[in-house]
Design a protein around this ligand. Structure first.
Ligand SMILES: C[S@@+](CC[C@H](N)C(=O)[O-])C[C@H]1O[C@@H](n2cnc3c(N)ncnc32)[C@H](O)[C@@H]1O
Length: 191
């Protein structure tokens, strides 16, 4: 999917898309390296967009890893499949992740790599999604999500950071990827 199509999705679905451009390759490398994917037996991606993280996840997981993505926008589902034809992706909200884990006869997963636009979500949706994530991660499981630098100043971004630190045992933050548009970093949370 061309960047112009991404911008179009932002114009028609601003709060769900939450960005005017897809993430950079550098951010995709940073978030997928932080997830220790070669040792994960089960991985889920939330909000694949054009599949920039999906492509890296598929390159970094082992052949036995169970992996699927959830994406709420049908145009982005198509874009992810076009970039990664072998991906398992469901057109559904991340809030329903548990249902798809059960289809694999799993209750929990090792890692969640997330591209959701937290700073544009309401408090209720942030809490619902975070509760789902904590529920379906194994103890010691990793949750990786990126945030834009400017979001640290927005009320929803501040609330999100606080919610992460109250729900997870360990929370760290990577360096900033300045060449991402806008500049972004990754939160690394461990249950
Ligand atoms: C900021 S974009 C990131 C896309 C891609 N991961 C990237 O980094 O370029 C946010 C993505 O989350 C998707 N999304 C928003 N709410 C969602 C939800 N509740 N469940 C699944 N996907 C969602 C949007 O449609 C969009 O593709």
């Amino acid at each position: 999917m061309h960047v112009l199509h991404f911008i179009k999705q932002f114009v028609f679905h601003p709060t769900k898309t939450g960005a005017i451009a897809p993430s950079s390759q550098s951010l995709a490398d940073l978030i997928t390296d932080a997830a220790d994917l070669s040792n994960a037996s089960s991985v889920i991606e939330f909000g694949s967009g054009t599949g920039i993280f999906t492509e890296k996840i598929l390159q970094k997981v082992s052949k036995d890893t169970k992996f699927f993505a959830l994406e709420i926008n049908p145009d982005f589902v198509k874009a992810t499949i076009s970039r990664c034809p072998n991906v398992t992706i469901y057109h559904d909200s991340a809030t329903n992740a548990k249902k798809y884990l059960h289809r694999l006869a799993l209750k929990e997963c090792d890692s969640i790599i997330c591209g959701l636009p937290w700073a544009s979500f309401s408090e209720g949706l942030q809490n619902e999604l975070l509760d789902t994530i904590v529920d379906i991660l194994k103890p010691g499981g990793k949750f990786l999500t990126f945030a834009y630098l400017q979001g640290l100043l927005l009320p929803a971004g501040i609330r999100f950071k606080k919610n992460l630190s109250t729900r997870f045992k360990h929370l760290t933050k990577t360096e900033t990827v300045w060449l991402n548009f806008p500049p972004a970093f990754v939160y690394c949370a461990e249950k």
